[in-house]
Every structure is written in structure tokens, then in C-alpha cells.
Design a protein around this ligand. Structure first.
Ligand code: ADP
Length: 313
């Protein structure tokens, strides 16, 4: 197969591991800086150019699109989709997952456990919003924050009120969430490939910090998932339409609650913690999908009269 990896930097751990795994399985791989791809959008012959070269012949594309380039990155990925290149995750699913509010609305609709969450626009509604999520302490989140930036724990009612007012004053979109105290500063990252959780880790926040992101000084360890946690992660991935993702959840008193589904989950933490070759599992998943797609295509082009003609010749 010929595989494209959309990534800003081929030296990033996850990108380098995917290249290594694909080459080890005998595939041709190219890392493309998504911001250097440009496209010709026509219905008959859509194309992508890269530093003057016409990109052709790819079977699959692995998007590793950072949050800051979501708009342009998903546009390029859509163009690959128009050219019938199999995307590991579809552009529409990535856009969906980048908006935390949209994601949890979709998950809520399908009955997935979530922290009680509120969303409002007008400062006059703050009081009611706070009481809806059960009062302080509560968590305030910027809709498009990542790596724990823009996630604030307001310990008192007054703090909650002033932080929400400040964000609203800045016209930032925020949601207000029940604080899952019993998680004790730890969360669980489930790494989903296809319809399986292939690895999981527990991330514990640094002392004095409630956010367990590894970027915020959290530490990772192996965790044994309950069957409920496992099936919640797989269902969440399916609802979001993502083939490969990191599903982040908290252990609450009322079972697992999902915080986020990440469409470009990093490989370093999960590979080092689990000791598994996740990059290889991702490439294997692509191989199987391409094979299935080829079989379906073969069957749909099957035509009895054509077979008969061929038989005569
Ligand atoms: P980001 O996408 O920026 O990582 P998250 O929503 O995943 O933002 O939150 C960052 C961290 O903050 C989580 O990993 C978790 O440890 C903590 N956290 C987030 N929401 C809650 C909550 N409702 N209750 C308790 N802890 C939370």
C-alpha cells in the first residue's frame, strides 16, 4: 500500500512510529505537511498538490491534524476522501470531535455517561447554570481547549461566578461541568482501534493539580478496565464515527463518565505504558479495511452477463 501521513513534523514520536510500523509491514509511506498541501476542487478530477508535485496513487491517509490546524487540515483530508483515498479517521468525524460541546451532545443522545454539563450564553443565566450542575466546586472548560489548557476548577460559588463572567466577557465559548471529585485527579485514557480498546492507561495528576494531562505533569500507569468502561469507550468511538481515537473517562460514583474523545491520540504515553506496538495495530487495521473495501468493490462490479461474455472468449 501507499500511505500518506498528514503531520506537521515527521520527527514527532507518533508520526515516526507510524512510519516505522508501516515500513516494517512493507508499505510505502510519505509524511506530508498538511499546510503545504493545496488542492484543485473539481468534480471530475479532484487533485492535491504538494510543493509543486501532483499527489497520486495513495491507498490510505492517516490524519495527525493538530487542533490549531483543524480547519485547513480537515479540508485537505476531505480532498483525499474525494479522491477515494481511505482515511483512517474521516474529516467530518475529526471536526465533530474537536468541539467538546458538540461531542458530548452526540454522546448524551445515545445514553453515554457524562459529567452533568451546562452551556449558556448570557451572563444573566449564570446563577441558574451553576445550580443546574450542582453548584461549586465545578469545572469550567473552553470548548476548544486542549492539553488541559482552558480547564479551570472553581472551588467556590463566587469563584465560579467570576470566572464564568470573565470568560463570557471575552466572548469565549465555555461549558460548565459537575466536578467529579471521587476521580481524585486521575482519568483513564482508552485507546480504541476499530471496535476494540487495544490499550488503556490511568493518568494521575501532579500534587496540587486536578488535571491529569501528561502535558500538565501527570503520570501514567497501567489500568485494568471494567467491562462497562471497555464497552463505553468502544460505543463512544462509534458514535463519534472515529476508527482510531483516545477516549478519556473519569471513574465517577455513577460509573464511567466521558470527558472527551480525541481523534489524534498520541502514541508515546500509551505505547510506553502498555508496552504494546499500537502503531502496528493501526497499520494492520488499515490493511484490513482496504482489503474489505476492495472485496466490496469487486462484488459490486460483478455482472453476470459480463462473466458469461468472458467465459465465451
Ligand atoms: P483537555 O481536552 O484540554 O485535556 P479535558 O476535558 O480532558 O481537557 O480535561 C483535562 C483534565 O481535567 C482531565 O484529564 C481530568 O483530569 C480533569 N477534568 C476534566 N473535567 C473534569 C471533571 N468534570 N471533573 C473532574 N476532573 C475533570
Amino acid at each position: 500500500m501507499k500511505i500518506a501521513i498528514l503531520s506537521r513534523n515527521s520527527k514527532l514520536y507518533s508520526t515516526a512510529r507510524l512510519v516505522e510500523a508501516a515500513e516494517a509491514r512493507g508499505h510505502e509511506v510519505r509524511v506530508l505537511d498538511v499546510l503545504r498541501c493545496y488542492m484543485n476542487i473539481t468534480s471530475h478530477n479532484p487533485s492535491i498538490h504538494y510543493r509543486g508535485e501532483d499527489l497520486t496513487g495513495f491507498d490510505a491517509v492517516i490524519p495527525r491534524i493538530g487542533a490549531s490546524v483543524t480547519f485547513y487540515g480537515t479540508a485537505v483530508l476531505r480532498q483525499f476522501e474525494m479522491m477515494n483515498v481511505f482515511p483512517l479517521n474521516e474529516s467530518v468525524a475529526i471536526s465533530r470531535s474537536r468541539d467538546k460541546l458538540r461531542s458530548i451532545q452526540l454522546l448524551a443522545r445515545k445514553g453515554i455517561g457524562l459529567p452533568v454539563t451546562g452551556f449558556a450564553n448570557n451572563p444573566d443565566d449564570i446563577e441558574d447554570l451553576i445550580s443546574q450542575v450542582g453548584g461549586a466546586p465545578l469545572v469550567i472548560k473552553l470548548l476548544e481547549g486542549t492539553q488541559g489548557i482552558g480547564v479551570v476548577l472553581a472551588e467556590t460559588h463566587n469563584a465560579a461566578e467570576s470566572v464564568i463572567q470573565a470568560f463570557m466577557g471575552l466572548k469565549a465559548n465555555i461549558m460548565v461541568q459537575e466536578f467529579i471529585k471521587e476521580a481524585e485527579g486521575s482519568d483513564i485514557r482508552c485507546f480504541v482501534v476499530g471496535d476494540k480498546v487495544v490499550a488503556a492507561m490511568r493518568r494521575q495528576s501532579a500534587a496540587g493539580e486536578f488535571r491529569s494531562n501528561l502535558h500538565r505533569g501527570g503520570t501514567a500507569s497501567l489500568v485494568r478496565l471494567t467491562p462497562e468502561e471497555r464497552s463505553t469507550a468502544v460505543r463512544a468511538a462509534k458514535i463519534m464515527g472515529l476508527n482510531v481515537c483516545g477516549v478519556d473517562m473519569l471513574r465517577s460514583n455513577h460509573g464511567p463518565v466521558i470527558m472527551e474523545v480525541n481523534s489524534s491520540p498520541g502514541l508515546r504515553g500509551i505505547e510506553q505504558t502498555s508496552g504494546k506496538d499500537i502503531a502496528d495495530l493501526i497499520i494492520q487495521f488499515i490493511e484490513k479495511r482496504i482489503e474489505t473495501l476492495a472485496t466490496v468493490k469487486d462484488k459490486s462490479s460483478f455482472h453476470p452477463s459480463r462473466t458469461r461474455t468472458r467465459g465465451k472468449g
